[in-house]
Ligand binder design. Sequence first.
Ligand SMILES: [Zn+2]
Length: 307
Amino acid sequence: MVYGKRARVRLPVVELGDRRALERWRPADEETVARARRLKEQALLDLGMTHSTIASWIYSKCSHQIPTTAVDTAAVLASGDGTCLLLYNPDFFVALGLEGVRFVLFHEARHLVQRHLFADPVLRDDQVFTLACEVTINHVAMVRLGQDGLPEIDGEPVGVDPAAIHRAYRHDLAEQGLDWLPYDDFVATDMDVYRELRRMRNPPVPGPVCVHLLLDGDALDQETVDRISSDVLRSVLIAARRAARSPAGNCSTCSTGPGARAIAPTGSGAISARTPCAATPSPPAGSTGGSSGWWTCWPPSSVPASG
Ligand SMILES: [Zn+2]
């Protein structure tokens, strides 16, 4: 993988589904591995306290969480044996620190929530779609975690900056004399970002991307696809049921934002917009939050529309 700009793109050098090979691959020193593992556990604990749905995705879907230098940063992927893997580079996690690790784990969980592992192969082969996924995930992560920017290593931001991508998009379309979407509309869903980036003369393609998007369909065994697809629907149902029992205004169990919107079609037949939660969190003024279903809740944006 490579989450972020820090590392160059490289194809995995070991079979990423081979857990033992991953653990053996140029292991970092024991102290670094131990520190990285503690950071991961603490970050998951923190997420469990504040964003339990996100933490539960990691805990329940990624039964194997492996420190390995086979990836430069971190990744989630279907292992091929019916489970998912969370891979993380110990040096990367230690360099990020707790806040950065929390961001990256949130990011990886959103790849699961937004079902990027199961996107159409044609889309997964399209780097513009990859960029669109990174834009929406990092936007949601910054909003939900209350961060103004990306995590940093040595003062350098790590990851795709959604505001910077929007600036490039806006500049490109303005030069073409075309209308462009304001930031909130631009980042509404993966497909919104993808569609708008496609209108650019030269859509920016990401350098580094997450490893799961470098893998071909062979890594996605049908068992994993079926299990996780049903898990998505089950999670949506459980969250909707919890939300229905929650006091008005308590939307803490909702999976919100672009990813949640993206998965709506999966469960939309079973879960219409009838849950009480659909009416509770009013989108902030100027936001693009819809009201057609609880999955369309849009968190208050702390990311200003750029320039
Ligand atoms: Zn990613």
